[in-house]
Write a protein of this length. Structure first.
Length: 153
């Protein structure tokens, strides 16, 4: 059975998410009227949620493409690993930003044995630990090392 969906209507939610990110990036551009302001924890929490959703999508795409197209599957798996590294850095940046005074007094670190209290810290840490579990099952520690493109002699 073939789909009657036109190519431009094939992935409306993905296109809408991309448009939302483009709009948000433009909205963050400094203007003469409004001075730029630094990001806050809730902002990084939403970005982290988007990145982990992309991780799940790339994981599925890599799995679906590996049997019929192994080379494409490997590239998608590599993209998944690189996206995990970006997600990990956003999570680390989240913990380096100041939060509410109460949250800062308790903890600002992600600890698997004792998760911090309340959102957004609890939310981002739970999401990050769950995504990390999936990533570590499918990749090696060597794959997870930061990727560099510098020439080493």
């Amino acid at each position: 059975m073939t789909s009657s969906t036109r190519p431009d209507d094939a992935h409306p939610y993905l296109r809408a998410a991309s448009a939302g990110i483009r709009h948000h990036a433009r909205a963050l551009a400094p203007s003469d009227a409004d001075p730029p302001k630094p990001v806050d924890r809730p902002h990084l929490d939403v970005l982290h949620a988007h990145l982990t959703s992309l991780l799940h999508l790339l994981d599925r795409l890599a799995g679906l493409n590996r049997p019929p197209h192994p080379a494409a599957g490997r590239h998608l798996a590599t993209a998944h690993t690189r996206l995990w590294q970006a997600t990990n850095e956003v999570h680390a940046a989240f913990h380096l930003l100041p939060g509410t005074p109460q949250a800062d007094a308790e903890t600002s670190d992600c600890d698997p044995e004792g998760l911090p209290e309340g959102p957004p810290v609890l939310t981002i840490c739970q999401r990050h630990l769950a995504a990390g579990h999936v990533v570590r099952r499918k990749t090696t520690p060597t794959d997870l090392r930061p990727h560099t493109t510098a020439c080493v002699r």
